[in-house]
Write a protein that binds this ligand. Structure first.
Ligand SMILES: NC(=O)c1ccc[n+]([C@@H]2O[C@H](COP(=O)([O-])OP(=O)(O)OC[C@H]3O[C@@H](n4cnc5c(N)ncnc54)[C@H](O)[C@@H]3O)[C@@H](O)[C@H]2O)c1
Length: 379
């Protein structure tokens, strides 16, 4: 198959969808990989590295779209990419269609096959192409929190790990899923006194078994949350209710219990945030203060560490890219239920229920369309 990897053009997006190792894997199997010139520079990967791995470097975005049967990207296509997509072309990337009706309609018009990273779902309900980004955001949260606790950045002037004779900082983590657990690992490693709150008791049981001694677990109730954030130096929110907006667990009254100069990292901001006081910020201007609590609410935290993020993402995506290239459409998705669940759009039809429901549009199950096609019907 001819696989195309464009340079990402969304603002402040430095990741790239394939690394030289992925190129080598595809080329070894007889596929052709077209990489747009400088696509890897933001992640520290040169054109020469891609060429050495067997890729063909193409000059422009249009060259890549024209040459490829499958486009592999990181972010959703931008307006200048819409017209470059053509009927029957496979697009494999983060799409987040339910959040963008215009994008959904534009991609329907282009009659592409849209497979979304974020809806590739294993049988146990886990999302293998979202987990790596949660791991990164989780590990970044204490690092960012530690920075803004420093006096010159406006914080209380507390060192996360303390020193002998001076106690460490108190870190409270709300939600003990992927983000929360990774945040706890780093905060604990830096020597902080960590508490994780969650409502899922089996999860708390697991965390208390695997976490080091400076991590405690606590059932998440408003009462317990209030008691713990009173003397927290750093609060990290990592809550998620699948498929829903983040629950607003922290209101102004609770926030007013926090100490002056303490830091609140709301990782859940990409789902709307967990506090009335949270609003999305960017890496250029990441923090603001409310009631003397520093809020860090960057909605794309992994974007700050593109080199790590690119490798983490592609480690997980490559096996699906290889499968799509090896087996082609539709065998690749028929052979892999997780990939099948990733199909959001097929030749102008919406094949993912939640996307159709988000805009009151018609949902057509993919198997119906494939059956009709195999019976020679026009769809
Ligand atoms: N800002 C970013 O750059 C960025 C990057 C990656 C992920 N995220 C976001 O981080 C959030 C967490 O993601 P995740 O992968 O860890 O999800 P996850 O599903 O693995 O974990 C969420 C946890 O929240 C817990 N929870 C639900 N309601 C709760 C409550 N009332 N009190 C305490 N805990 C509660 C759940 O039991 C679960 O353990 C999501 O909103 C995700 O979109 C943000």
């Amino acid at each position: 198959m001819k696989v195309g990897v464009p340079k990402e053009i969304k603002t402040e997006e430095y990741r790239v969808a394939i690394t030289p190792s992925g190129v080598e894997e595809l080329v070894k199997r007889g596929h052709t990989v077209y990489v747009q010139k400088d696509a890897g520079l933001g992640s520290g990967i040169s054109n020469e590295e891609y060429e050495k791995a067997g890729a063909t470097i193409l000059e422009t975005l249009k060259d890549v779209y024209d040459a490829a049967e499958m486009i592999v990207k990181v972010k959703e296509p931008q307006p200048e990419e819409f017209e470059l997509l053509r009927e029957g072309q496979i697009l494999f990337t983060y799409l987040h269609l339910a959040a963008d009706e215009n994008l959904t309609r534009k991609l329907m018009e282009r009659k592409i096959i849209g497979i979304a990273y974020e809806t590739v779902e294993l049988d146990d309900g886990s999302l293998p192409l979202l987990i790596p980004m949660s791991e990164i955001a989780g590990r970044m949260a204490p690092q960012e929190g530690a920075k803004y606790l420093e006096k010159p950045f406006g914080g209380r002037g507390v060192l996360l790990g303390g020193v002998p004779g001076v106690p460490p900082a108190k870190v409270v983590i709300l939600g003990g899923g992927t983000v929360g657990m990774n945040a706890a690992i780093i905060a604990a490693g830096m020597g902080a006194d960590v508490t994780i709150l969650d409502i899922n008791i089996p999860r708390l049981r697991y965390l208390s078994e695997v976490m080091p001694a400076n991590v405690k677990t606590l059932y998440s109730s408003r009462y317990n949350l209030r008691e713990s954030i009173k003397d927290a130096d750093l609060l990290i929110s990592a809550v998620l209710i699948h498929g829903a907006k983040a629950p607003k667990l922290i209101d102004r009254e609770l926030l007013s219990e926090m100490k002056d100069g303490s830091v609140f990292v709301d990782v859940a901001i990409d789902q709307g945030g967990s506090s009335d006081t949270s609003r999305p910020t960017t890496h250029r201007d990441p923090v603001y203060k409310v009631d003397n609590v520093i809020h860090y609410c960057v909605a794309n935290m992994p974007g700050a560490v593109p080199r790590t993020s690119t490798f983490a993402l592609t480690n997980s995506t490559i096996k699906y890219v290889v499968k799509l290239a090896d087996l082609g459409w539709p065998d690749a998705v028929l052979n892999d239920p997780a990939l099948y669940r990733g199909v959001n759009l097929y030749r102008g039809y919406i094949t993912y229920k939640a996307v159709a429901e988000a805009f009151g549009l018609e949902y057509t199950p993919l198997d119906e369309l494939l059956r009709a096609e195999s019976e020679g019907m026009e769809i």
